[in-house]
Design a protein around this ligand. Structure first.
Ligand code: ZN
Length: 303
């Protein structure tokens, strides 16, 4: 007799328990994967952080070095400013009368060396408004002028009135070219200027001059004209005596007042060199004291 077929329900593969297990397994596996991914990401971030930290350390080190360097430069600058001040201090000879500021334009030339000797002999400080053509025979002439107690002013590099007064930009370029030369030799940038031809020159237009003066003032420069010109560079000068006579007339005209004297140490200024001792003596006899020009010393401006 055939065995009666038992009709048992088929065995379930996915019992609730199995499903639960599978879900848990799936969840834990995906968590584990997620954990692995996060771990890798964290590791990468840590690496990046360390690299950043290293760069930071290097930068801090560089910053420290630069700060030290800056401090040293500031100290040096302060020291140079102090020296400049000392050089510019008034060294009086003669009485306590008005002050004479002797100024020499258009050098340096070999005559500058002669002028420096005379000034040294009389212990008189002066101001040299220099141009870019150094043919004095002393390659350290700018440094020498300063080291002997005189002031150094900028008279533009080219001194070419026909080009420098075309515009403010052209003038500035020429001026800064001269400034750079002086800076390379002396580590100082003169803040005093004499305009070629003076601020009252007739080459520049009024509007260019006006703009120039305001630009230069904004940039911290001062400029000086003169109230006595013995006309030592005029074409008609025939002797030192003429220069001395012109000077004498100027002194009498400005009696009792501070004077800024326009002289020249150009290579052609032989009569200036010859007249200089007498000019100094005349001023000393009149009780003048001598000083070099510094920014703001005296308001001597034609415009
Ligand atoms: Zn000049």
């Amino acid at each position: 007799m055939p065995k009666e077929k038992t009709n048992r329900p088929p065995k379930k593969i996915f019992t609730p328990l199995t499903v639960l297990c599978l879900v848990l397994f799936f969840l834990s596996s995906s968590n584990f994967l997620l954990y692995l991914l996060q771990y890798a990401e964290a590791k990468q971030l840590r690496g990046e952080l360390e690299a950043e930290r290293e760069t930071n350390n290097k930068l801090s080190h560089t910053l420290e070095e630069l700060t030290q360097e800056l401090n040293q430069l500031q100290q040096k600058y302060a020291q140079l400013e102090e020296e400049k001040k000392e050089w510019g201090e008034k060294r009086a000879i003669g009485g306590s009368g008005p002050t004479a500021y002797l100024t020499f334009d258009d050098g340096p030339s070999e005559n500058t060396l002669l002028v420096l000797e005379i000034l040294k002999e009389y212990n008189v400080p002066a101001t040299f408004f220099v141009t870019g053509t150094n043919i004095s025979g002393d390659e350290h002439i700018y440094k020498r002028i300063l080291s002997e107690g005189h002031a150094l002013g900028n008279h533009t590099y080219s001194h070419n009135l026909n080009t420098i007064y075309r515009s403010v930009d052209v003038f500035l370029e020429d001026l800064l070219q001269m400034e750079q030369i002086i800076f390379e030799q002396t580590e100082l940038k003169p803040d005093i200027i004499r305009f070629p031809g003076g601020s009252s020159n007739t080459v520049a237009s009024s509007s260019v001059m006006r703009e120039l003066i305001s630009t230069l003032t904004e940039r911290g420069y001062d400029y000086f004209d003169w109230n006595i010109s013995p006309e030592d560079s005029a074409g008609g000068v025939v002797s030192a005596e003429t220069v001395i006579n012109n000077m004498d007339r100027g002194i009498r005209k400005h009696a009792g007042r501070d004077i800024v004297v326009l002289l020249h140490d150009h290579y052609s200024s032989h009569y200036t060199v010859q007249a200089l001792p007498r000019i100094i003596e005349m001023l000393s006899d009149q009780g003048y004291q001598f000083a070099s020009l510094q920014k703001g010393t005296i308001n001597m401006k034609h415009r």
